[in-house]
Structure formats: structure tokens, C-alpha cells
Ligand binder design. Structure first.
Ligand code: NAD
Length: 507
């Protein structure tokens, strides 16, 4: 094993960023952040409390009401967004190093995520400049147009898997729309988020437009959700957390976007290109350490190719390189945190009773410390097994056979989640018929998750509420006010004008 790499420019402490200043919590409270390879505390971060969130919201509200950002023409905002994208690209290697150190994601994959974060800013910069709004004419009588306005202070709450990229996924459209924001990143992984402040400042984002409060979900996150001056909450995380936030948003009837958990099926029909399906379904569940909302963590395989698929799939899974996240050869790194590692390991043990273990099943040989789990494959997993039904969020996959298309569909739809689905077949009609009947917000035919940023992103059932992606994200962060202009005379009944005088003479 290579020596564990520790970035040499780690911060001495992680602070909040409020109104253009790096600050500690008013209470002085902090929490510890662990490195997932050693599980040692490497830094402490400010633990935001209600009063810190109040300060951040006040700074964001002030910037929204008095600052230039919401009123700038789209081209000006786009220039700032493009400078942000340039800065992210220019330091992609450093960003990836930090992300890998903090999350345990393999370095090559973290680099891809850093570049995707830059792309998110570039994409929304293009979108707002090209944006057109609706205009409706009623000939001779009315012109109606949509006046799009940023909603105000957006509260952004994000998870620890690919944190920097997922933050960019919310920050870019919120800022592009002219909102000001308060970001509450995940407490397991605050390191890469601490780089935003410098990036935004250098790109010329006015102070107060971007604010960041670190801390626990139940403290800082909850205070943001309940704050009366935050009309919008965009949340990505677990379904159960989403349910709590949903309830807490109700008091102020906040706008909500919820990207939640998943247990997505990959359905492999006997007529599929099996080589491609095996490559893709391996990547689909073992990339990003399996800590991926759209992971194809249930593979449904038609009986005619089931045995061959299982045997070839397991052989490849046993070959996956697990190791230090900073080693470019590593394919699966260390899980983010010992608590999460314990959770995944409990599912691995459960799977040994619920299915037939074909690969992995515990800690990989030679990696005695750190949150390492060997890529684990269970076959013959019944549909009522917990490892079939529940999101594990680690390098663990359940394989189940089916005999007919109808049975495959029942299995695919037979869980509470509905985020993504992957369908492998060379039969065009079957592919589209299945795609249209599967309960998933996103479907890929003969591919893993490769996304065009213009398309809707989101889940159905317990996987989420609302869609982001492309103009849908802009719709979320803006109000669409309808302005009606009268051109000719308006027919108006003359209430109170008395009998026989009910119509106003036309001019
Ligand atoms: P989590 O729900 O535990 O935490 C997410 C964020 O919510 C964190 O910042 C946390 O501090 C905060 N939070 C927790 N309790 C809160 C509360 N009561 N009020 C306000 N904020 C609170 O999720 P996680 O473990 O960080 O992330 C993994 C989960 O995220 C998985 O279920 C995964 O599927 C999901 N996810 C979904 C998508 C998607 O787009 N659908 C993408 C990535 C991850």
C-alpha cells in the first residue's frame, strides 16, 4: 500500500463565511472532522448554532435587498459565474486532493467531480444569458408577459457524497437566478466547501451573496430550514431527513426541492450486449465507493444469462482495486466516516443471510485500518430482503433473476424509491416500453449515469420532490410574475351604476 497522502495546505481550522468574512461560531462551539483513511481528527470546524444562521441569513437578506446582485443583467452575472468556473478548473487538482482526503473518494473520480462542478457554473452562465420568457398576445386586447424575479435568500443543504460537486449543483443556478444564499454543507465533509469563499471573492461575487454556515444538521441545518427570511430550501440527502425538513418547511410554506435516496434497478435482458452491461453495472454501483444516490444497486438479470452474468460480474468485482484514495490506481477508496462504515458493514452481514455471497463480504485483505469495504456481491436476493429494499450507500450490490418482462417490471418497481433505472436490451420496443413503465425519475438505456445538464434531474416516490436541471432549476429559484397589459377597452360590468346603465359607453 502507498503511504497515506496528506495535503500540505490543510486549513488550521474551518470557519463560517458570513457577509464576506471568515468567522467562528458566536458560541465558540466546534466539531471534529475525521480523515476516513486513519479515522483521526485532522481539523475542527465551527459548529453553527441558531444565532450564526441568523447572522448569515441577515447578511444574505441585506445583499438581496440592497446589493447589486439580484438586479444585474444576466450577462454581468454570467461573467462572474464564468470566472468561478475558470477558478475551479484552474485548481481542479488541489480541489480533488482536498475532496479525496476528506471523503475517501478515489482521486481520479474526485478530479472528474471537480471538473463537473466547474461545468455546472459554465452551464448556468450560458443558460441565463440565453433565457427567454413567455409572452402571450390576445390580438387587440392584451399582452401578457412573465416577469421573472429571484425569490430571495435560498437555503442550500447538501450531503457528504461528492460534496463540492453537489454544492455547485445548487449554488450555480441559485446565484445565476440572482438569489443570495446560505449554504449548510454536510458535517462529515466540510473541507472542500471551505474553498468556495476564496473562489467567489476572487471572481467578484459581492459580499453577502454567498454565505456558509458549518454545523450539524439538527442545529445549523434546522435553524436554516425554520428561518422565516429564507423562502426556499433546496435539500439533497436521505429520505428520512427530507421528511423532517418537509414538515418543518410547512410553517412558512417554503418552496422546496428534495433530492433524496435511491435503490435503483439495472435490468439486464438476455439480448443485451453482456460485455457492455457488465462494465457499466460494475461502474454503476462501485464508482464513488458506492456512495452514490443514482447507484444501480439492484441488478435484475434475465434467467437465460443469469448464471453467466453472476459468475463474470463477481470475478470482476473481486478484481476491483481497493486502496488509498490518493493512489491513482485505486478504484474503490475508503467510506466517508466510521459511522457510515458500520452501517454498511451491518448490511454486508445481513446480506450473508439474505442472499448468496459471490464477492467481498467484509474488509479487504491488507487494509486493517480505515473505512474500507471490499466490493460485495450478493446473488439470488429475494425481493423482500432488506438488502434489496433499503439504500445501503456503499459498495454492495444485490443480484436477482427474472423470467419475464412483467416480472422484471414488478421487481424494478417494488421498492419505495424511484430515482434512476438502467435498462440493458437491444430490442428497441422493449427498451422504450420498459422505460415508460418503470417508476424512476431518470432512465438510461444501455448506459450508466451519463447526464446532459439540460435534462430534468429528480426522483419519484421516496426519492424526491420536484425536478432540478436546466431551466427547471432556474424556475425553482425564481418567481414568475404574470404582468397583464390592456390594449383596448376592457369589458367591465358596472356594479352600482343602476338598471339600464350596466355598460360603460365605449370611448
Ligand atoms: P443526510 O440526510 O444525513 O444529510 C444531508 C444534509 O442534511 C447534511 O448537511 C445534514 O447536516 C443535513 N441535515 C440533517 N438533519 C437535518 C435537519 N433536521 N434539518 C436540516 N438539515 C439537516 O444525508 P447524507 O448522509 O449526508 O447523504 C447521503 C444521502 O443523500 C443518501 O440517502 C443519498 O441517496 C442522498 N443523495 C441524494 C442525491 C439525489 O440527488 N437524489 C444525491 C446525493 C445524495
Amino acid at each position: 500500500m502507498t503511504e497515506h497522502y496528506i495535503p500540505d495546505d490543510l486549513p488550521a481550522k474551518i470557519q463560517h463565511y458570513i457577509g464576506g468574512e471568515l468567522v467562528d461560531s458566536l458560541s465558540g462551539k466546534t466539531f471534529d472532522v475525521l480523515d476516513p483513511v486513519t479515522n483521526q481528527v485532522y481539523v475542527t470546524a465551527a459548529a453553527g448554532q441558531r444565532e450564526d444562521v441568523d447572522r448569515a441569513v441577515e447578511a444574505a437578506r441585506h445583499a438581496f435587498e440592497t446589493g447589486p446582485w439580484p438586479g444585474m443583467v444576466p450577462r454581468e452575472r454570467a461573467r462572474v459565474l464564468n470566472r468561478i468556473a475558470d477558478a475551479v478548473e484552474a485548481q481542479d487538482a488541489r480541489l480533488a486532493e482536498m475532496e479525496t482526503f476528506d471523503t475517501g473518494l478515489p482521486i481520479t473520480q474526485a478530479l472528474g467531480q471537480a471538473r463537473r462542478a466547474a461545468e455546472n457554473f459554465r452551464f448556468f452562465a450560458d443558460l441565463i444569458v440565453a433565457q427567454a420568457d413567455d409572452l402571450y398576445k390576445v390580438p387587440g386586447r392584451q399582452v401578457n408577459y412573465v416577469n421573472r424575479k429571484p425569490v430571495g435568500v435560498a437555503g442550500l443543504i447538501t450531503p457528504w457524497n461528492t460534496p463540492f460537486m453537489l454544492e455547485s449543483w445548487k449554488l450555480a443556478p441559485a446565484l445565476a437566478s440572482g438569489c443570495t444564499v446560505v449554504l449548510k454543507p454536510a458535517e462529515f465533509t466540510p473541507l472542500s466547501a471551505s474553498l468556495w469563499a476564496g473562489i467567489f471573492r476572487e471572481a467578484g461575487l459581492p459580499d453577502g451573496v454567498f454565505n456558509l454556515v458549518n454545523g450539524y444538521g439538527e442545529e445549523a441545518g434546522d435553524a436554516l430550514v425554520r428561518h422565516p427570511d429564507v423562502p426556499l430550501i433546496s435539500f439533497t440527502g436521505e429520505t428520512t431527513t427530507g421528511q423532517v425538513i418537509y414538515r418543518n418547511c410547512a410553517t412558512h410554506l417554503k418552496g422546496m426541492s428534495m433530492e433524496l435516496g435511491g435503490k435503483s434497478p439495472a435490468v439486464v435482458f438476455a439480448d443485451a450486449d453482456l460485455d457492455a452491461a457488465i462494465d457499466s453495472t460494475l461502474f454503476g454501483v462501485f464508482s464513488l465507493n458506492g456512495e452514490r444516490c443514482t447507484a444501480g444497486s439492484r441488478i435484475l438479470v434475465e434467467r437465460a444469462v443469469y448464471d453467466e452474468f453472476c459468475q463474470r460480474y463477481a470475478a470482476r468485482a473481486r478484481n476491483i482495486v481497493v486502496g488509498d484514495p490518493h493512489d491513482p490506481k485505486t478504484e474503490v477508496g475508503a467510506l466517508v466516516h466510521p459511522e457510515h462504515y458500520e452501517k454498511v458493514m451491518r448490511y454486508v452481514e445481513l446480506g450473508k443471510q439474505e442472499g448468496r455471497l459471490l464477492a467481498g463480504g467484509g474488509r479487504p485483505e491488507g487494509l486493517e485500518h480505515g473505512n474500507y469495504v471490499a466490493p460485495t456481491v450478493f446473488a439470488d436476493v429475494p425481493a423482500d430482503a432488506r438488502i434489496f429494499q433499503e439504500e445501503i450507500f456503499g459498495p454492495v450490490v444485490a443480484i436477482t433473476p427474472f423470467d419475464t418482462d412483467e416480472q422484471a417490471l414488478t421487481l424494478a418497481n417494488g421498492v419505495k424509491y424511484g430515482l434512476a433505472a438502467y435498462i440493458w436490451t437491444t430490442d428497441l420496443a422493449r427498451a422504450h416500453t420498459f422505460a415508460q413503465r418503470v417508476e424512476a425519475g431518470m432512465v438510461w438505456l444501455n448506459s450508466h449515469n451519463v447526464r446532459d445538464l439540460r435534462t430534468p434531474f429528480g426522483g419519484v416516490k421516496a426519492s424526491g420532490l420536484g425536478h432540478e436541471g436546466g431551466y427547471r432549476s432556474i424556475d425553482f429559484y425564481t418567481d414568475q410574475q404574470a404582468v397583464h397589459i390592456t390594449l383596448g377597452d376592457v369589458h367591465t360590468a358596472r356594479f352600482g351604476a343602476g338598471p339600464g346603465d350596466g355598460e360603460r359607453p365605449s370611448t
